[in-house]
Design a protein around this ligand. Structure first.
Ligand code: SAH
Ligand code: MG
Length: 209
């Protein structure tokens, strides 16, 4: 057992059949849902900070949104997805958990949504859509966040690809460079207090000053 496996084992809990169903669908269809350690971190932050209103950029099949909405009765999630197939699957899953009242999906490109219509009282924003656009998402949606609010960014080491010196695929290389740039930008953004964590696929927690 290596370190990652050991922590997975320690955190393992009795599983909900319906959650396992979504996880299996994600594996089978290669949907990049948040990794277990990342989800444990995200949900712990939500619990500690007593978040009520969450905005997610990148719904996919609703896995992270459902896990967040299930934390307690006070939590409401608004989540943005541009892919129709993902949207369909997410709706199905949200229905399955009877969470229609607590999770609202906005079917649109997150860069096209009018963020001002979302208001400015979100407690937490989870950025998990196109990795090349993170800075744009961050700058655009930071307006929706309360003072002291949190932004969590996922996949900051992009399956360890950011440690590779050369990457044959040009698009992947560009994407990796964008992620590296985002990490440095985030590090130097003085409007937020950011810490990076070696958890899951690399996560940053940014607190709005
Ligand atoms: N948060 C999900 C995983 C999201 S995967 C979970 O952990 O369960 C990333 C998703 O973001 C994909 O479904 C993709 O279609 C969507 N996406 C990527 N770029 C987007 C954009 N600009 N606007 C809206 N959705 C986007
Ligand atoms: Mg992710």
């Amino acid at each position: 057992m290596n370190k990652d496996e050991y922590f997975l084992f320690l955190n393992e809990q009795e599983k909900n059949e319906k959650i396992i169903g979504i996880e299996n669908y994600a594996i089978k269809n290669r949907v990049p849902i948040i990794q277990k350690p990342g989800l444990d971190f995200l949900t712990a932050i939500i619990k500690i900070s007593k978040c009520k209103k969450i905005l997610e950029i990148g719904t996919a099949i609703g896995y992270s949104a459902i896990n967040c909405a299930l934390i307690n009765k006070d939590i409401y999630v608004t989540t943005i997805e541009r892919d129709e197939l993902m949207l369909k699957e997410a709706k199905k899953n949200i229905e399955l958990f009877n969470l229609n009242e607590k999770i609202t999906i906005i079917y649109n490109d997150a860069l096209e949504v009018n963020e001002l219509e979302l208001g400015n009282d979100y407690d937490l924003i989870f950025i998990d859509a196109a990795k090349s656009q993170y800075q744009k998402f961050f700058e655009k949606y930071a307006k929706c966040l309360k003072k002291g609010g949190l932004i969590v960014s996922d996949n900051l080491i992009f399956h360890d690809l950011i440690f590779k010196e050369t990457i044959a695929n040009r698009n992947t290389m560009q994407l990796v460079n964008k992620i590296k740039k985002y990490n440095l930008w985030l590090k130097s953004n003085t409007l937020f207090n950011t810490k990076f964590f070696n958890i899951g696929d690399g996560i940053a927690l940014s607190i709005k000053k």
